[in-house]
Design a protein around this ligand. Structure first.
Ligand code: GTP
Ligand code: SPV
Ligand code: MN
Length: 596
């Protein structure tokens, strides 16, 4: 098919990619349902995808990746800025010339005998000033079909670009042999370019997502006066109908999708509270005409963690997966061609295919300690399926943000919730975030690591400059800046059980946060920030959680925190003169308060 745009910059770049990878055929993705349907059929014919039960799960498909290719690979992810200094101490770096030279022979002829799909896509609503255009070329139908759910694909994506602009992100993906030793996920921020090779999994290959919307976009945001963050966006509707918007940055698999779609506890519903989802993973934020910070979700779907998702934990996410969804690396129930994963329900299918493709007896297999679904198995679901999708989802202007929340998985240390003293202190609070690692990336799980603003794997430039940009944004926003909070749903008791019920009950904490933003509730000043009075967290209707439990969840252990400041100091030392002095001052101030 011929090109879909007159834009010579796009056409020239696609020609170059064709010359490099030498596909037999080139197909431009126009965004039509007919074209996507033909691709689904083709993928089913070759076994790349499996059609699920079309009565129970209409338009739903299954895909399995190789066992060596089930998560992001942070050790093979590079930021190739011209100067090493610009990638900073938290990113892998390689000279761009060297990286292009290394990868070019690997891509050379990699699509021989295969089809190249050219996917034009928009991150953000078509027509929004905040949206940006990308073009991904790939030899994977799975990638095309996922991108068609996760982004706005097709001819319409070129509307924002126009016939002459050169401002689009160039993404090249080739599956090759899916060889983990030759796997590279490379961002060239100064070239608006992403090269991904030898993977076929999620965040490694859906280049609009982490590679563009966070790594490249964070760099663009710094230069253009906006922010790209690993944040959900939700609207909290109060009984009077007013909706307040909150964004929250938690590391991968730490609860963004769940919080974004939460169903409030019964008492709250009765009183007229509702939560609306704007986004579950990424926020692009920019000051609006009124001086407030506005957020859009650049994505158009959810690439959510399947295990743990069920009627009770996340009804809305589960409902979102009932049509038009692609499931990756979950288990199949062969009796009725539906899907299953851990904690979906208590009944693993007897006639099951586990995520690697082996036929097993589900209950027996699970009893032996195996998992039927991979812990990082995912669903790719259209946002429009979500029962609580916000009516502002497609608003090109975005939504005004009242509060920003940081949070991670901490068994001890971090309390249930606290508020920063101001934006600068809030930036400090984000910068010292730490969390236990999860299955979303390859490597050890459950190890505490620093993950500033949940952006450690996603910041496309020097983290010190990123913090300076945060501080700068605070100055631009002035007294209209959102208030900044920190939460921890994951404190454990002596037996290692989570103390806080979490999920829908997190509404109780959001309630306090919004009251703080409106100046409607007092707080207690502690060494680390403002905390709720325990009695100000509503525990009505909670089983076994009393105001004493809340007091315990809010406790700040000075010794643990003094230990923590040592870890922060070590971490900060990596940044040398790039550490904004405001942040070292905040650390000194925290130490002084703890010593008192
Ligand atoms: P990414 O898509 O990787 O960015 O993850 P995410 O931040 O959207 O995490 P998600 O909401 O998918 O949750 C990941 C895991 O954390 C799931 O297994 C959830 O069941 C669990 N989880 C989410 N919220 C809570 C909570 O409030 N309490 C507890 N204990 N677990 C939670
Ligand atoms: C994450 O790991 O934070 C995800 C999944 O949201 S991925 O798209 O693989 O990055
Ligand atoms: Mn994520």
């Amino acid at each position: 098919m011929a090109t879909l745009t007159q834009n010579p910059n796009v056409n020239k770049w696609v020609e170059e990619m064709i010359a490099l990878t030498k596909p037999e055929k080139v197909v431009w993705i126009d965004g039509s349902e007919a074209q996507l349907e033909a691709l689904r059929e083709e993928a089913c014919a070759t076994g790349e995808m499996i059609k699920l039960n079309q009565e129970l799960l209409p338009d739903c498909y299954y895909h399995r990746t190789l066992p060596n290719d089930v998560a992001r690979v942070e050790d093979r992810t590079f930021i190739c800025s011209r100067n090493k200094e610009d990638a900073g101490p938290t990113n892998n770096w390689c000279d761009p010339k060297e990286m292009y030279a290394k990868l070019t022979p690997m891509y050379d002829g990699s699509m021989k005998g295969r089809t190249m799909y050219v996917i034009p896509y928009s991150m953000g609503p078509i027509g929004s000033d905040l949206a940006k255009v990308g073009v991904e070329v790939t030899d994977s139908i799975y990638v095309v079909l996922n991108m068609a759910i996760m982004t706005r694909v097709g001819v319409k994506a070129f509307e924002n670009l126009g016939d002459t602009s050169n401002d689009f992100v160039r993404g090249l993906h080739a599956k090759c042999d899916v060889d983990p030793e030759k796997r590279y996920i490379v961002q060239f921020p100064e070239d608006n370019t992403i090269w991904s090779i030898n993977s076929a999994y999620g965040g490694n290959v859906l280049l609009g997502k982490k590679c563009f919307a966070l790594r490249i976009a964070s760099y663009q945001g710094k230069n253009e006066g906006w922010m790209a963050e690993h944040m959900l966006i939700l609207g909290l509707e109060k009984p009077n109908g007013e909706v307040k918007y909150i964004t929250a940055a938690f590391p991968s698999a730490c609860g963004k999708t769940n919080l974004a779609m939460l169903i409030p506890p019964e008492g709250y519903i009765k009183n007229g509270y509702k939560v609306w989802t704007v986004g579950d993973d990424i926020a692009w934020l920019k000051p609006g005409e009124d001086g407030r910070l506005y957020a859009i979700n650049p994505e158009n779907g959810f690439f959510g963690v399947a295990p743990g998702t069920n009627e009770n934990s996340n009804y809305n996410a589960l409902a979102s997966t009932k049509k038009g969804t692609i499931f990756t690396n979950v288990a199949i129930n062969n009796d009725n061609m539906t899907v299953w994963w851990e904690k979906l329900d208590k009944n693993p299918p007897v006639n099951a295919t586990e995520w690697k493709g082996a036929r097993v007896n589900g209950p027996e297999y699970v009893a032996e300690g195996n998992k039927l679904a991979h812990p990082n198995s995912r669903f790719t679901a259209p946002a429009e399926n979500c029962p609580c999708i916000s009516k502002e989802f497609n608003n090109p202007k975005g939504v005004p943000v009242s509060a920003i929340i940081f949070g991670g998985r901490r068994a001890k240390t971090a309390p249930l919730v606290y508020q920063s003293f101001d934006w600068q202190h809030g930036t400090f609070v984000g910068s010292i975030m730490a969390s236990e690692t999860t299955a979303a990336a390859t490597g050890a799980v459950g190890v505490v690591r620093r993950d500033p603003m949940a952006m450690l794997p996603f910041c496309g430039y020097h983290m010190g400059d990123y913090w300076a940009h945060w501080l700068e944004m605070g100055k631009v926003l002035g007294d209209k800046a959102p208030k900044i909070f920190n939460v921890n749903w994951f404190r454990t008791d002596d037996d290692g059980n989570f103390v806080w019920p979490g999920f829908g009950d997190n509404m109780r904490v959001l309630d306090w946060i919004i009251d703080r933003c409106e100046g409607e509730v007092d707080a207690v000043e502690t060494a680390i920030g403002y905390e709720p009075k325990p009695e100000d967290i509503n525990v009505e209707g909670l089983d076994g959680i009393t105001t004493e439990t809340i007091a315990d969840l809010l406790s700040v252990d000075n010794n643990l925190w003094l230990e923590e400041t040592k870890g922060i100091e070590e971490f900060y030392a990596k940044f040398g003169d790039k550490l904004p002095k405001e942040l070292s001052c905040e650390l000194e101030a925290l130490k002084a308060r703890l010593a008192k």
